[in-house]
Design a protein around this ligand. Sequence first.
Ligand SMILES: C[S@@+](CC[C@H](N)C(=O)[O-])C[C@H]1O[C@@H](n2cnc3c(N)ncnc32)[C@H](O)[C@@H]1O
Length: 244
Amino acid sequence: MKNTISNNKKLWDRDYKWIKDGDEWDGQARYCGHLYENWKNSLIETLILPYLKNTTNALEIGCGHGRWSKILSENVTSLILIDVSPSCIDFCKNILKGESNLTYIVNSGKSLEGVDSDSVDFIWSYDSFVHMDKKVINAYIIEIARVLKSNGIAIIHHAGRNNNFLWLGFTRHWGNWGRNFYKIISMRRLKDHDGWRSNISRANIRNFAFVNHLQVVDQIQFWDVRKLYGVPRFNDCITILRAN
Ligand SMILES: C[S@@+](CC[C@H](N)C(=O)[O-])C[C@H]1O[C@@H](n2cnc3c(N)ncnc32)[C@H](O)[C@@H]1O
């Protein structure tokens, strides 16, 4: 299945069961050898909370069932939740109805329509860009550059396929054989499936950032120096961008 906006919308809006509202995705924690709760807390303490100290207005792209939205909303003055799936936004409206600082947007799947230019201090997106194709990610990075305030930060979790083999990405649509072949060469992983990762590399994200005058602060797979906590499964990456 291709990583199109319509396939994402169909999957997450209608077909996916959301058995633990996102907390069922414990694969990265298990791959790192940690209990999911510890891994999740480590991520929140390292990649979310420190950035919220300087944040008034935050934005989350692809909020799903709000796995990260509550902690974001509790630590900022205003939070905008965006998702292409109307049912995900409805779900978040329901679980976060006590919070008065939230704005909800069901978008087209490639723009931050409804978000003012130069208005956001912090953008968070986890487990959503990993499934978006290159054109959609490019469109979002243009939008991220538009809405971030000067010195604003965006933290984006995305796929990290090997840049040298991206041109062979068409093979992953050749049934199981092609998908497996492309997984092995572009992720350097023998076991496991490919996590429906899109065909994008770290270099692609750096290039999109460069063209849009965003500084790449870091591109990481682990967020601690001992490389114990991170997103190594599927060879994923987290890019930290800063607006000039
Ligand atoms: C795997 S879920 C992750 C949800 C949440 N971020 C989490 O970590 O629990 C992917 C989410 O991204 C949303 N999504 C996928 N493609 C999108 C797009 N092009 N624009 C906005 N949201 C999108 C889906 O609707 C879904 O809610």
